[in-house]
Design a protein around this ligand. Sequence first.
Ligand code: GRF
Length: 195
Amino acid sequence: MTGQVRIGILISGRGSNMVALVEAMQDGRVPNAQVAVVISDQLQAAGLAAARERGIETLPIERDGRKRVDHDREVVAALKERGVNLVCLAGYMRVLSSEFIAAFPNRILNIHPSLLPSFPGLDAQRQALAHGAKISGCTVHFVDETLDGGPIIAQRAVPVSEDDTVETLSARILAQEHDLYAEAVASLVKDDRRE
Ligand code: GRF
């Protein structure tokens, strides 16, 4: 792919990974890419205001009471209308339909707070502590139809301390997530430019 990479970020809540990606683009750390839109499936997501403050178009598309396929169709249409060619999930709490995945083949990324394939799904940090893991971390991966099971793009290890709580471990992992996500997108976009 040549030309500008247009990124659509999907969030459901706080949006700190989204902010990390937006700031990486705005600082020029991801040349040739820009965030075209931030979409939330939750009207109240705090990340919507954070995106607007950074001059990014936001679009709430509420999921409640709607079938996954109908909601996904509207999200895909909004992304396509804005010329989005790379989708980044950032705390997006809805599993994508196969139709959504087919609309962006190998162009949907997610960040997960564990070293996949360990601890997929919800509460990854709690799972790591419950298993007595000594090392956890975060993973950026392609999204396919499995739950957090798509091919891995980048990972970073984070040590687990004996006295960690879910909160302290999550905070230590989150700091690495922000860095890793921007780095992974930058390397993917760089590869795009060589094609
Ligand atoms: C992050 O831990 C991310 O790995 C997971 O959900 C959390 C979202 O946090 N998928 P934020 O909304 O990016 O602050």
